[in-house]
Write a protein that binds this ligand. Sequence first.
Ligand SMILES: NC(=O)c1ccc[n+]([C@@H]2O[C@H](COP(=O)([O-])OP(=O)(O)OC[C@H]3O[C@@H](n4cnc5c(N)ncnc54)[C@H](OP(=O)(O)O)[C@@H]3O)[C@@H](O)[C@H]2O)c1
Length: 406
Amino acid sequence: MATLMLLQSSPITRQAVTGPLGVMCLRALYSTDGPRPLKTTNLSAMKRGTGGRSSFNGIVATVFGCTGFVGRYVCNKLGKSGTQMILPYRGDHGEAIRLKVTGDLGQVLFHFFHLKDEDSIREAVKYSNVVINLIGREFETKNFTFNDVHVDGARAIARISREAGVDRLIHLSALNASPHPEPLVLKEGSKFLKSKYYGELAVREEFPNATIIRPSDIYGQEDRFLRYYAHIWRRQFRSMPLWHKGEKTIKQPVFVSDVAQGIINAIRDPETAGKVYQAVGPKRYLLSELVDWFHRVMRKDEKWWGYWRYDLRYDPTFMMKVKLTEMVCPGNPVGELHSERVEREYVTDIVEAGVPTLEDLGVQLTTMESQVPWELRPYRAALYYDAELHEFEEPAPPKAIEAKVY
Ligand SMILES: NC(=O)c1ccc[n+]([C@@H]2O[C@H](COP(=O)([O-])OP(=O)(O)OC[C@H]3O[C@@H](n4cnc5c(N)ncnc54)[C@H](OP(=O)(O)O)[C@@H]3O)[C@@H](O)[C@H]2O)c1
């Protein structure tokens, strides 16, 4: 038997291969693990390094929906801790290629896939021990209904992951997912929330040990919560139409980085397998209170003709505008304004008692007061004004309401 002696920190000195060729480690400079026999060719067995960006933490994760809003944060956190990422993408590779820098050299790999092509999904998960499904759609398109994406797509990913021997599946659903969402603005209620509910059932059926995370409205850079209210198209001139003036809706938005951290913590903790987590922020607010505060932060109410909030039920032109937007640009609605979004806007966030939250995953939650002014800064009037001059009053923070669990 030939024995190859390697010195110091050569990359393969961490492995001792049994068989005709043995590789022995004399000294490993940056790990506490001793040399061990390599029993499998699975990449995850080759854990190496101290757990930082340039190490390999033993996790090979396929991130479906990596090109989305949450996906970018998840990939960033995965890369920082030395995870190898397989990033399936569709359409133009330019959408995905920017994620190359989230991990170290050779740790971020791309794979073209289609949600209805099972072979392409199989290819994407076959080397992974963790699969994260962040695929979701806010509105239906001519190619994909909510059911195609949230139920059939999620089921296919869960089933193929189980067949491929994946250890952990993390699936992102939505808070308030329900088989019978209460109709508020639309006659039939939110189809999004309905499909998310059946998606959870499908994932459980195919991959019983999946960890399901239900986020409320997520805010952060390039979100669809703050930007939605900040967009001129959401307003009617300078006023803001809200269902019942926003006084009957309670929201508990969560910061995107907290959601991403929750996903990372769930992957690391095997105890989380098979459980459901609610990803909500630390405080609850009336929607009216939040929207008024956003306006104060953006200084949109400074002018005399300024901002006022009214009940959208008495303004048919607003829903006409929504329908017109959907007709003119169905694939990319201006200002994210579409009827499904308007319907979900008024669903009160229900935090179920007994279902763990991000805090149970060890996440320290970010408050809106500390984050939102920075996120809304690009939308602020008098953008280049120096805060140090104290010319404008500091906007009063929104009033939080009693935490309530159902
Ligand atoms: N953001 C929120 O406020 C919020 C709230 C509750 C729940 N969620 C859920 O959390 C998850 C992540 O949200 P997000 O904000 O990151 O969503 P997002 O920004 O809309 O990203 C969705 C991702 O899914 C992919 N996708 C959508 N339809 C697809 C299809 N038919 N085939 C293949 N890929 C498809 C998109 O790929 P392309 O880039 O190629 O389109 C994108 O990568 C989703 O499941 C969402 O429903 C989000």
